[in-house]
Ligand binder design. Sequence first.
Ligand SMILES: [Zn+2]
Length: 427
Amino acid sequence: MSLYLRDAVVVDWRTLKFTPGHLEVDEGESGGVRIIQAIPEKLGADDRVLDCRNRLVTRSFACGHHHAYSALALGMPPPAQTPADFQQKLQHVWWKLDRALDPELVLISALATALECARNGVTFVIDHHSSPHAVEGSLDAIAGAFAEVGIGVLPCLELSDRDGVAACEKGLAETGNRLASGKPCLVGLHASFTVGDDLLAKAVALSQKYLSGIHVHAAEDPVDQETTFAYYGCRVVERFKEAGVLESARTILVHGLHLDRDERAILKGSPAWVVENMESNLNNRVGFFRGEGLSSRVMLGTDGMHSDMLRSAQAAYFGGIDPERAGLTEIYSRLRRVHDYLQENGFSGDGENNLVVLDYPSSTPVSAENFLGHLFYGLGARHVDSVIARGRLIVENRRVLTVDEEAVRAMARAGAEKLWRRMAETA
Ligand SMILES: [Zn+2]
């Protein structure tokens, strides 16, 4: 089966070159795309033609760090006790929320997140999941929900010592089971300050056994550095290096705000990746990301704030102007580096046949030369008209084709009420 995009303006996601023409899109995990001279006159019964007149077509987006489990937090009542700092915010909000998740709420959160991704032209997500009281089967459930909507996912469980040894062992077993079955998965950890040496060693051993990588928050707040130094006598990146975390090109360190010069040099000399999440950092008042001293292995995420990578890129640019003076080209590169991470590490499902069709009626000229100006100052999720994931049309003319959007939203609203009620009961 082929999908044809008629009369599109194709924007090459690497060079930004504009090419008017028709596109032939193959279906499948490793399907390709080709610009063709004419749509075939005789089409197969399963072939589809999408009219893309006055539309820009480019590679869809992918998210380098997400928390689908936080989907039902949108609009929830504030905690009874206002958190005074980052650690209290974890204790009074996020750790309370993830402990209240049951298997049904995990599934609903994943469906709601995948739905938002589809609407925003995000076709692949690297997810960091936590539901300490609903661990078993959670990774497959999340992957299944994303697949139902048509979104690719590289999941993991964010393990920590905060819920005791039994929860840790369950999480390691859940991660190990998924890795053993050959499905895509990373070994997730919450952060250095919540992970003891025993868990850290077990996680690295599991990662090495299956040639996976570690996905962990790092130096998001000074508390991570202070606690690590107090307990282990070294800084976060030094500890991770000693433990073998940084040896894999699949390893992802999230945030990396409070790194000293030596830690930046260690990271630069390792194959590990770093993910910037500007809006989350602003929201938590934990500081500003700076690419200084790091390699180009930096990608962007949403940290569970939302599922809109255009918005994340714009926040990274505007929030970074003062602290690091990164230009449009640098931030665009960070937006797109996630594709390189996934491809170089052999994770399938994020190939060239993942596309977004943009209905962008600009009042000023749009060209290869000024496309980044439009991407950062003009484009938004509201311009996402259609989305193609692994060659399959999953959003057409702003309508999600794969799931009943209203049914998913109704289920998510009911789930949110249940979750908020449970959180209030444990106040
Ligand atoms: Zn995170």
